[in-house]
Design a binder for this molecule. Structure first.
Ligand code: SAH
Ligand code: SF4
Length: 403
């Protein structure tokens, strides 16, 4: 069942225990393990450890999985197809927790930015972008980033830590809470109409391929047909070009791939996307050529940020199409989104159009990404934790990372 977002508290968080009084085990003060983010095999092991009989465990995994990921239930007492005693047993050992939204801002264009607090008091940002008949959630995979792309706000914040799989899939769950988009618990399937949250892009804070296992586990949960059930073609992972992880992404996740290309010579790419010094354009293209075959997927998206007088000439456009020849691709032109103290300017509109035209005439789709949520600093590359706003100098960052 799809509801219009009216931003009331979602019903499932208000599930009230019936007459059942939950008894905690003797070690009631011990922290309960969070089930959110566990893969199916890990959930199975956790249930066995908590005393679930071996011959029931397969069915229990399915049931609990559905309550958590299909219906968004956070309270074991609501899992009405489990016995009361078993619900109490689960509650003694486990919790179902997603990160807390500490602030929600809504842009004039409807884009929503959530400031999300994770364990340790750290913060990341998650952005929901509504579109006609669909909606995309841009999620973060790290607090900060080890990389220092010179046009990116997140790149000025050093890596604080990787997100866990639970914190990554938790962003999808908290957005569904806010949008009021869980099917009716125990009844609905969520498959009966367009979804408000229909697509995921891993384009928030951090480099997803430097947190591979957690990103993979979270995306497997997002794709699982008995839960959130998003097709792998509705998930796009964006990487700055961590070449050795690209084939693994095809084999172990199989989602669509976007690559932050941004330049057509190694000289310029070294300054914009410093990971290029480690894996240059040639090495990157070689990995990208293999991706569609390995993942059995469609086109690769080449992201190209338009920076005035840096990478936006006609010669750049012509070099770009030459470089990617033979790779099924679309080129997503991203007008640069400025942030306080950013060292670049956005290319002029007619320059962006002229660039797009050359790419288009060479046979590639070349959409220009309309900046969304700029008024609340939610557009691409503007994300950065509130708590870490203090800007570092480029020299300081270079000294710390060695890049
Ligand atoms: N770390 C990953 C994913 C996050 S960045 C990556 O680099 O691909 C998501 C996209 O936003 C990338 O293409 C990135 O290059 C782009 N981006 C970063 N800063 C930007 C800015 N200030 N303006 C426009 N796009 C930006
Ligand atoms: Fe990190 Fe991506 Fe920003 Fe580069 S563009 S600093 S890889 S988040």
């Amino acid at each position: 069942m799809t509801q219009k977002p009216d931003f009331k508290a979602p019903a499932r968080t208000a599930v009230v225990p019936d007459t059942l009084t939950l008894k905690r085990s003797p070690d009631a003060d011990a922290p309960r393990r969070n089930l959110v983010g566990l893969t199916r095999p890990a959930l199975r092991d956790a249930l066995l450890e908590a005393g679930t009989p071996e011959k029931q465990v397969k069915m229990r995994v399915n049931q609990i999985w559905q309550w958590i990921y299909q219906w968004g239930v956070r309270d074991f007492t609501a899992m009405t197809n489990l016995s009361k005693a078993y619900r109490a047993q689960l509650d003694a050992h486990f919790e179902i927790a997603v990160p807390e939204v500490v602030r929600r801002e809504i842009s004039a264009d409807g884009t929503r930015k959530y400031l999300v607090r994770i364990a340790g008091g750290h913060e990341v940002e998650t952005v929901y972008i509504p579109e006609e008949g669909r909606g995309t959630l841009c999620i973060s995979s790290q607090v900060g980033c080890t990389l220092t792309c010179s046009f990116c706000h997140t790149g000025t914040q050093k890596l604080v830590r990787n997100l866990t799989a639970g914190e990554i899939i938790g962003q999808v769950m908290l957005a569904r809470d806010d949008l009021g988009e869980w099917p009716e618990p125990g009844v609905g399937t969520g498959d009966d109409g367009p979804r408000l949250l229909s697509n995921i892009v891993l384009m928030g804070m951090g480099e997803p391929l430097y947190n591979f296992d957690a990103v993979r586990d979270a995306m497997k949960i997002a794709m699982d047909g008995e839960g959130i059930s998003l097709s792998r073609r509705r998930i796009t992972l964006s990487t700055s070009g961590v070449v050795p992880e690209i084939a693994k992404t095809a084999e172990e996740i199989g989602c669509l791939l976007a690559v932050s290309f941004h330049a057509t010579t190694d000289e310029v790419r070294n300054t914009l996307v410093p990971i290029n010094k480690r894996w240059n354009i040639e090495a990157l293209l070689e990995a990208l050529r293999e991706y569609p075959r390995l993942s059995n997927s469609e086109r690769i998206t080449f992201e190209y940020v338009m920076l005035k007088d840096v990478n936006d000439s006609d010669a750049d456009a012509r070099r770009l199409v030459k470089l990617i020849r033979g790779i099924p691709a679309k080129i997503n032109l991203i007008p640069f989104n400025p942030w306080p103290g950013s060292p670049y300017e956005r290319s002029d509109w007619d320059r962006i159009e002229a660039f797009a035209d050359i790419v288009y005439k060479a046979g590639y789709a070349s959409p220009i990404r309309t900046p969304r949520g700029e008024d609340i600093m939610a557009a691409c590359g503007q994300l950065k934790s509130e708590t870490e706003r203090a800007r570092k100098s480029r020299a300081q960052i270079a000294a710390e990372t060695g890049l």
